[in-house]
Design a binder for this molecule. Structure first.
Ligand code: SIN
Ligand code: FE2
Length: 209
């Protein structure tokens, strides 16, 4: 599922935030992702103010991140289907655990994975991942498909940011001093990936409960 750890090209974006380049074998993850979305389809989530996120989302695992007019929360049920989210596939879990370990966070045991689909023109504004009860656990973020520019500002939403371009197979792990850093994704430019087409997928693994 991932390359030999000794081959891993890694970069510290800032203390507590590590980029593992080309860590994920996305060709093998692609059919797994498709099977999940057949059970819990993509949908556009709404904010409390009634706006829709530009990305389309789904989840797998015990707890799924949902947002609607009532706010943000983790839910055991998919509000669209009324059923539990699909189980987290072993290939997903193993990848997240190996990435966390490589970044210095041994023992990571995710209970939820948020799936976001970005198409050209979509973006993710600066935010913190702070809806999880356990912020001692890191977040593992897997990129697939076309490139996107990821940015992190730190403990403030605004201000000077550090940016990196994330490509297919790149994994970002953030925890410790970076766990509550504000971060986001700049508006995607148009491009095509040979297998995914004009789409970027981001999987974020969390210990939510
Ligand atoms: C996010 O933090 O929600 C998005 C991260 C990414 O898509 O790379
Ligand atoms: Fe995030």
């Amino acid at each position: 599922m991932m390359r030999d750890l000794f081959d891993t090209d890694s970069l510290e974006i800032c203390p507590g935030m590590v980029l593992l380049r080309q860590f994920a074998d996305t060709a093998s993850l692609q059919p797994v992702l498709e099977s999940l979305l057949a059970v819990s389809p993509l949908r556009r989530m709404q904010t409390t103010r009634g706006f829709y996120l530009s990305v389309q989302s789904s989840n797998c695992g015990q707890l799924g991140w949902v947002s609607d007019r009532r706010g943000y929360r983790y839910s055991e049920l998919d509000p669209l289907t009324g059923q539990a989210w699909p189980d987290m596939p072993a290939a997903f879990r193993t990848l997240a655990q190996q990435a966390a370990r490589s970044a210095g966070f041994a023992g990571f045991d995710p209970d939820g994975c948020l799936i976001n689909q970005y198409v050209p023109g979509t973006q993710m504004g600066a935010h913190q991942d702070r809806d999880e009860s356990d912020v001692d656990a890191p977040i593992v973020s897997v990129s697939m498909g076309i490139d996107a520019r990821f940015f992190v500002t730190g403990s403030e939403r605004r201000g000077r940011s550090t940016a990196v371009d994330l490509s297919d197979g790149d994994v970002v792990v953030f925890g410790g001093p970076a766990r509550l850093h504000y971060h986001g994704v700049r508006k995607l430019k148009h491009s095509e990936h040979p297998r995914f087409g004009a789409v970027r997928w981001n999987l974020t693994f969390r210990k939510a409960g």
